[in-house]
Design a protein around this ligand. Structure first.
Ligand code: AMP
Length: 679
C-alpha cells in the first residue's frame, strides 16, 4: 500500500547510528544552529596537517545582491584525502581489512584488495603520475570501466593534489573530447576495453578518436596510460586471447601487439609496465581545504556540459557523514553500490564515502542481466551484502522477471536498501521493500545531485518512518525550502521549486573555469537560494516528494541530459531544419526521449532518416541517450514570439488530446497535424 507509513525495523533502529526521529531532529537542529560545532566535531575524526582557525570554519554568500557567490569550509586547514582514506585506516589496524571486493562482468572474474594493498597501489600509481609530469593542480582525465584501477587512479591523483575528472565509460569520443578540452587534462587514463554483458567496448580506441579531436582543437594530452584489462579475463568469450588472471593483482601481459588496440608509441603506455618500476611509497601532498578535488561534468540546459567543481575538506566530511548515517554503516558490514564511478554516486558512494569510513564494499563491473537476470541477487548472496544501493530504473527492469529469481538467493543479510537517480514510483518501492528486503529493511530514497556532492534529502534507516516515493527530510546541515513562481517561500503543504537556503560542507563550489555560469545557473532565478532545478511537494506531515525536473532537463534511466544537447545533434544533420525534444514517461527508464523533427525544404522524412538520427545521437552523446521515438513534424507549435511550446509537445508524445490553451500559438493547426503523424 503506497499511502501507508512504514516504520523502521525496531531491531535495526535499536543499533542504528541515529535511532529515532527525536534524535534526528536534535542533530539536525544542532547542524543548522551551530554548524561549526556540529561539523567541527566530525572533522576531528580525520587528519589535518594544519588546523582551521575557528572564525574561518564556515563562510558563504548565497545572495547575488550581496556580491559574488562563494562557499568555504574549514579555511586554513590542510590535509590529504588519500592519507585520510588509506594511511589512517592502515595505521589504526585496518590494513588487512578488505576495502574492495571486485566482481567482474563474468562471474569467474573476481578479486579483492585490502586497505594496505590499496595504499601501496595508490602510492605506486601516484609515482607513475609524477613521472609523467603531473603536479598539484593539474587535471587528469579518467575514462575507465569498473575495475580496481579506477579508484586507484582517483586516489593517486588526490595523493599528489592533482584534480581528477572521471568521464563515464559509456560516453562517446565526442563527449570525452569535449570534457578533456574543457578541463585541459594533461594525462588520460583508460583501459584497452571491457565487456558489458556480451558486448565488447574498445575503450582505448574511443580514447584515440577523442585525442585526435582534442589535438585538432589545439590541446594535446601528453600521455595516455592504458590498463591491459581484456587479456586477464577468465572467459574472454573467445574473442580476445590472453592470460587468465583476474583483478588488479593479475599481471596482465598486455603489449602493443594486443588485438584491436590502437597505439601511439610516443604517447601511450601500459599501466602494468609503468607500475613495475614504481616506488611503493609516496609522501602525500598537503592541500588546502578549498583546493579542488575533482571536476565531474553534468549536462547543462544550454547543451554544453558543466564542469561541477568539488573541493577537499568539506567534501570529505560530508561524504563520510552521509555514508555513515544514510546507510547506517557499521564495521564488519559489506556494502554495495551498483552505480558506475563515472557518475557522482560512484564518486561519493563507491569511492570516497565508504573509504572514509574504513568500509568494505563491492565494485561490480557487469550488468544486472548477465549471465542471467538474477546477477544482482547472486552478488548480494555471494558477498553477504548488508547495504545495497541502486537505481529505480534497475529495480523496474528486474521487477519484470518476478520474484522467483530473487527467491533463489539468500538475501537475509540485507539491512538497508538505497535508491538514487530519479523519483522512485511507489510500485517499484514496494517491490524493493517486500521482495528484496522481505519487509524488514529500511529504504533510503536519497535525493541529491552531482552539484550537491552527497545526499541532501533522505530518510535515515533507524529513524525515519518511510512513505513509498518520498525522499522524506533533509540531511544534517541542509535547509530546503519550496518557492512559488515569484520566489515566495511556501510554508506547510504545497508544491514549488526546490531550493536550499544555505550550503552544507559537500556542495559544489563553482563550475570549472566559469564562475559566471555557476552563478547564473544556480543562484540567479531566486536570489539568496541555491536552485536545484527540481520541483517538490510537501505533504501535511512535512514529507518532501521530489516531483522531477522543472527545467529543460530529462532524466533517462537516472542519466540527466538536456533537451538542447540532443536537439543540437539532431539539427546537425543536413536534412534537418529544426528539432524539439521532450520526455515521455517510460515504464523502465522512467523517461525516454521523444523527438520532433522538421526536415529541410525538399527533404523527405523517412525511416532511414529516423534511424540515422538515432545512430547520430548514440555516437555523439552515448548509447544511453538514444531516442525512443523520432516523429515527423512539418511544423512545431510556436508562440508568436517563436518559442516552442514543449508543454504541447509533451501532450502529443503521450497522445493526450487535452492540450490546454493554444491561443498563444502562431498557428494552431500544427497541433492536429502532429497528432495525425504520431507513429
Ligand atoms: P545527477 O546530477 O546526474 O545525479 O542528477 C540529479 C537529478 O536526478 C536531480 O536533480 C533529480 O532530478 C534526480 N534525482 C536524483 N535522485 C533523486 C531522487 N531520490 N528522487 C527524485 N529525483 C532524483
Amino acid at each position: 500500500m503506497a499511502d501507508r507509513i512504514y516504520n523502521p525495523n525496531p531491531e535495526l533502529a535499536k543499533k542504528a547510528h541515529c535511532k529515532s526521529m527525536q534524535q534526528y531532529k536534535t542533530m539536525h537542529e544542532k547542524s543548522i544552529e551551530y554548524p561549526e560545532a556540529f561539523w567541527g566535531e566530525i572533522a576531528k575524526e580525520f587528519y589535518w596537517e594544519t588546523a582551521t582557525s575557528n572564525d574561518k570554519f564556515f563562510s558563504y554568500n548565497f545572495d547575488l545582491n550581496q556580491g559574488d557567490i562563494y562557499i568555504k569550509w574549514m579555511e586554513g586547514a590542510t590535509t590529504n584525502l588519500s592519507f585520510n582514506l588509506l594511511d589512517k585506516n592502515v595505521k589504526c589496524g585496518n590494513g588487512e581489512k578488505i576495502a574492495f571486493y571486485w566482481e567482474g562482468n563474468d562471474p569467474d572474474d573476481y578479486s579483492k584488495l585490502t586497505y594496505k594493498k590499496l595504499l601501496q597501489e595508490t602510492c605506486m600509481f601516484a609515482n607513475v603520475l609524477k613521472s609523467k609530469g603531473v603536479q598539484k593542480g593539474d587535471r587528469v582525465a579518467i575514462y575507465m570501466p569498473m575495475i580496481l584501477e579506477l579508484p586507484i587512479a582517483m586516489l593517486a591523483c588526490t595523493r599528489i593534489g592533482a584534480v581528477h575528472s572521471v568521464v563515464f565509460g559509456g560516453y562517446s569520443s565526442d563527449s570525452l573530447a569535449e570534457r578533456i578540452m574543457d578541463c585541459k587534462a594533461k594525462v588520460l587514463i583508460t583501459a584497452d576495453g571491457v565487456f558489458r554483458g556480451e558486448k565488447l567496448l574498445l575503450l582505448k580506441n574511443i580514447c584515440d578518436d577523442a585525442l585526435t579531436k582534442v589535438k585538432a582543437h589545439g590541446h594535446e594530452v601528453e600521455c595516455c596510460v592504458v590498463v591491459g584489462h581484456l587479456r586477464r579475463l577468465a572467459n574472454p568469450h573467445g574473442k580476445i586471447t590472453g592470460e587468465t588472471k583476474n583483478g588488479v593483482n593479475g599481471t596482465s601481459n598486455g603489449g602493443s601487439s594486443e588485438p584491436n588496440v590502437s597505439w601511439d608509441d610516443d604517447r601511450d603506455c601500459w599501466w602494468h609496465e609503468e607500475m613495475e618500476e614504481a616506488e611503493p611509497s609516496c609522501y602525500p601532498v598537503w592541500v588546502a581545504a578549498e583546493d579542488p578535488l575533482f571536476i565531474l561534468y553534468t549536462s547543462g540546459s544550454t547543451g554544453k556540459p558543466k564542469g561541477v567543481l568539488h573541493t577537499t575538506a568539506g567534501y570529505l566530511i560530508y561524504a563520510a557523514t552521509t555514508f555513515k548515517y544514510v546507510f547506517d554503516y557499521k564495521p564488519g558490514d559489506v556494502y554495495w553500490c551498483t552505480a558506475d564511478i563515472g557518475w557522482i554516486t560512484g564518486h561519493t558512494y563507491v569511492v570516497y564515502g565508504p573509504l572514509a569510513n574504513g568500509a568494505t564494499s563491492v565494485i561490480f563491473e557487469g550488468t544486472p542481466f548477465y549471465p542471467h537476470n538474477d546477477r544482482y541477487w547472486s552478488v548480494i548472496d555471494k558477498y553477504k551484502v548488508n547495504q545495497f544501493y541502486t537505481a529505480p530504473t534497475a529495480i523496474r527492469s528486474l521487477m519484470k522477471f518476478g520474484d522467483e529469481l530473487v527467491k533463489k538467493h539468500d538475501l537475509s543479510t540485507l539491512k538497508v536498501l538505497g535508491s538514487v537517480g530519479e523519483p522512485i514510483n511507489s510500485e517499484a518501492w514496494l517491490w524493493f521493500y517486500n521482495h528484496v528486503g522481505h519487509g524488514k529493511c529500511s529504504i533510503a530514497d536519497t535525493f541529491w545531485q552531482t552539484e550537491t556532492g552527497g545526499h541532501v534529502i533522505t530518510p535515515l534507516p533507524g529513524a525515519t518512518p518511510m512513505k513509498p516515493g518520498s525522499a522524506t527530510f533533509p540531511f544534517f546541515g541542509v535547509l530546503p525550502e519550496l518557492l512559488d513562481e515569484d520566489g515566495r517561500v511556501i510554508e506547510g503543504e504545497g508544491e514549488g521549486y526546490l531550493v536550499f537556503r544555505r550550503p552544507w560542507p559537500g556542495m559544489m563550489r563553482s563550475l570549472y573555469g566559469n564562475h559566471d555560469r555557476f552563478q547564473t545557473t544556480y543562484f540567479d532565478r531566486f536570489h539568496g537560494f541555491y536552485c536545484t532545478g527540481d520541483g517538490a511537494r510537501r505533504d501535511a506531515d512535512g514529507y518532501l516528494w521530489v516531483t522531477g525536473r522543472i527545467d529543460d532537463m530529462l532524466n533517462v534511466s537516472g542519466h540527466l541530459m538536456s533537451t538542447a544537447e540532443v536537439e543540437s545533434v539532431l539539427t546537425e544533420h543536413s536534412d534537418v531544419a529544426e528539432a524539439a525534444v521532450v520526455s515521455k514517461p517510460h515504464p523502465v527508464k522512467g523517461q525516454c526521449l521523444y523527438c520532433f523533427v522538421t526536415p529541410n525544404e525538399g527533404r523527405i522524412f523517412s525511416k532511414q532518416l529516423s534511424d540515422e538520427l538515432k545512430r547520430k545521437v548514440r555516437e555523439k552523446i552515448g548509447p544511453f541517450a538514444q531516442p525512443d521515438v523520432i516523429q515527423h513534424a512539418p511544423g512545431l507549435p510556436k508562440t508568436r514570439s517563436g518559442k516552442i511550446m514543449r508543454r504541447i509537445l509533451r501532450k502529443i508524445a503521450i497522445g493526450d488530446k487535452n492540450v490546454g490553451d493554444v491561443s498563444t500559438l502562431a498557428d494552431e493547426a500544427v497541433v492536429d497535424v502532429l497528432f495525425q503523424l504520431r507513429p
